[in-house]
Design a binder for this molecule. Structure first.
Ligand code: KIV
Length: 335
């Protein structure tokens, strides 16, 4: 057997996984590509069930999951942690690991090393990085290592400070020309698709016509080959002012707040838990138990466990309080 180091080959798609070349065919057929971000297993499972094609484990996790003010602070380790949970749950969608700020800027070597980590440790199928210019060389290096790269131009949040904030890009002829040239350069460098963020629809349309690979728009109008939105934005989990391009398809923040408020009220009033949420025990066992504790002094009887830190052993035919799927199955059928 050869001991020569091997280049990571293109990830072999798992059965049922959308094949990367299929995206080109979708563009050719004029079939829209649907992409959404996800950051955990439940979100990824729901996105898969909804027929989403591409899941981006976006560095927006920094803001919508981790509570930062920008995408810059999220670390590679945090992104790998989130990517793993998405990869465990989503079967058909291609999973795109978003390379966070600081993991690809310094050198092609860093970029390849960290992209390989996304695939090997995070379970991502491909990666995404922002910008053109120096990023073009990173794209060539990563694709040369056998990993697909999605590009991202227009508003690139990792460079928001340099761009003067979270503002639409390409609104002057000169800026539009730059976004157009950057997108074409990313395709030439080997990107399999390019995200166009917050650029005028007319500019995105021209870019979409000029590129062979698909464009995925976010605030870039309807002519892009596909669309992406941030999970928390489209579900109404983020509150307050949203960017112009966000459409809220649900108001989950409201739903969740309502549910939590009802729960708190019912715990306080004693309405929860009701008898149907409560376990019974055989009368004779209850009697034995009550006898043992019939007087205050007997509460110290050492024949009953007194160490409240220890998890009690599951009763015969019942379960302990550990959170496991087995517990859920058993307790659901328990009278
Ligand atoms: O990180 C992210 O969520 C993104 C999308 C906005 C495209 O890059």
């Amino acid at each position: 057997m050869s001991t020569r180091p091997r280049k990571p080959g293109p990830a072999t798609p798992a059965p049922g996984k959308l094949a990367l070349p299929e995206l080109l065919q979708m563009k050719a057929r004029g079939e829209k590509i649907v992409m959404v971000t996800a950051y955990d297993a439940p979100g990824a499972r729901l996105a898969d069930a909804a027929g989403i094609d591409l899941i981006l484990v976006g560095d927006t996790a920094a803001m919508v999951v981790l509570g930062h003010d920008s995408t810059l602070p999220v670390t590679l380790e945090e992104m790998l942690f989130l990517t793993r949970s998405v990869a465990r749950a989503a079967k058909r969608p291609l999973i795109i690991g978003d390379m966070p700020f600081g993991t690809y800027e310094a050198s092609d070597g860093d970029a390849v090393h960290n992209a390989v980590r996304f695939v090997k440790e995070g379970g991502a199928d491909v990666v995404k990085l922002e910008g053109a210019g120096p990023s073009l060389s990173r794209v060539r290096a990563i694709t040369g290592a056998g990993i697909g790269v999605m590009g991202h131009v227009g508003l690139t949040p990792q460079s928001a400070t340099v761009l003067g904030g979270f503002k639409a890009q390409g609104r002057t002829a000169e800026q539009a020309r730059q976004v157009y040239e950057d997108a074409l350069a990313l395709e030439r460098a080997g990107c399999f698709a390019v995200v166009l963020e917050a650029v005028p629809a007319a500019v995105a349309e021209r870019i979409t016509e000029a590129l062979t690979v698909p464009t995925i728009g976010i605030g870039a109008g309807p002519e892009c080959d596909g669309q992406v939105l941030v999970y928390h934005d489209l579900l109404g989990l983020t509150e307050g002012r949203a960017p112009r391009f966000v459409k809220r398809y649900a108001n989950l923040a409201e739903e969740i707040r309502g549910a939590l408020t009802s729960y708190a009220a019912e715990v306080r009033s004693g309405a929860y838990p009701a008898p149907e949420h409560t376990y019974a025990m055989p009368e004779d066992e209850l009697e034995l138990f009550s006898e043992a504790y019939s007087s205050k002094s007997q509460r110290l009887d050492r024949s009953f466990p007194t160490d409240t830190r220890a998890e009690p052993a599951p009763p015969e035919g019942g379960t302990a309080s550990g959170a496991s799927a087995k517990r859920v199955q058993e307790t659901h059928t328990d009278g």
